[in-house]
Design a protein around this ligand. Sequence first.
Ligand SMILES: C[S@@+](CC[C@H](N)C(=O)[O-])C[C@H]1O[C@@H](n2cnc3c(N)ncnc32)[C@H](O)[C@@H]1O
Length: 441
Amino acid sequence: MAATPHGQAQNCKGRRYRRKQRKLVNSENISHERKHIELQQWLSQNGVKYHHLRPANFKTTGRGLMTVKAYKDGDVIISIPKKLLITTQVALESELKDVIVRFPKKLTARLIICAFLIIEKMKGSSSFWAPYIRCLPESFDTPAYFTEEELSLLPDSLQVKSKEQRVKIQQEFRKLKQFFRFAKEFNICKGEELSLSFFKWAWFVVNTRSLYMEESYSAGRYLDPSEKDVYVLAPFLDLLNHSPEVDVTGAYNPSNDCYEISTVTPFHRYDQVFIYYGPHDNKTLLLDYGFVVPSNPHSVVQISLDDVVKMSAGHMESTFPEDYAIEERQKVITENHLWDFSCSLNGLSWHLAICLDILCLDPNQFGREEWKSIVAGHETPDNCKDRSTRVAKNVLKQYLEETSKKCQEISAVGHQTDHILMVLQLFHEEEEILTNCLSKL
Ligand SMILES: C[S@@+](CC[C@H](N)C(=O)[O-])C[C@H]1O[C@@H](n2cnc3c(N)ncnc32)[C@H](O)[C@@H]1O
């Protein structure tokens, strides 16, 4: 600073000030809210050392954590001691243990944590975990909370997955309802039966907020082994939102018995701090977490092999009226384990491009088994590449037409709820991927 002319220093300060203001305008500090003050007090009473994160509502992502200090590569952002982590071990060291041990069926790790959360929420203020539970959301934006109309607007593949998820939730609910009936004999919970909405709340708290941690403590003999014992709820740390752009590491540090998040991506002061939930596309984010991110690099449009075969057949039959061995070509595709038929902002997947080339080789080239060199990654003959590019364009144009029609239909729905807007974002993203891919062909 000493070597900087005065005017420049002022300018620099002015820029910093404007940047801070811009960031603050896009967020609202909520750390003064009573539940957040109580959470902070509880954290510090239980060994969370000073950190620089403040809960805030952000215009783009909703509630998350803002840093009031810059972080550089390798800095630990937050460290949560083991005694504040909710794991199966915590549940098995609580009054639930007797019920878990005596219940005739084994529960999965996820259901044990759900049962623990439900019991602790029922206790209200007398629960040790009350300051944490008070800061949890009451409801979620996953398709399991969509109305029938909202569900009907989802892409078909997501409707199927959402139905499967609902069935799974129903099955697990029935199991936990039996468990709670059984628990009444142990005087752990009295009163009404476990309701589906209460169970769904706990299920989605675990689904949307838990970290993945291989436990050193083994609760194995008490658990249903069909699922791994890897779910951990980390109070406060679970206020961090996801970004596909950031790189952070999260791990249990045995030297201080804390779960720690460290940065790889630096963060500026007043930035929202993000973590990385995994390489999820937007459909997965919506199904499991209830949100979508703009320009998600992991999003793809799935192309059906049937559509590619049909479109190439139309083209090949008019060019080569003799038999062009469609069945043999499909066999080659299957036997060479080509399965990823998709396109992304990077273009056609390698499997889709190879599959198109195999379907468009002229019959003589196919007879000479020239597909082997294509599968091995060598150049595709020019005449075949021309045909396969034309077929690819036709397939993508057809998909784009259908997607644009869907966007219009959804935009025309009278009441645009937040859920409908997220569905629309999914289709707009598909439009963008298809348009981008077409422009690259
Ligand atoms: C681990 S919690 C993060 C904290 C959460 N926002 C809260 O207020 O409690 C995960 C949930 O946060 C929301 N979320 C996470 N990342 C997001 C993002 N990039 N944009 C919008 N919502 C996001 C989703 O509702 C998700 O289910």
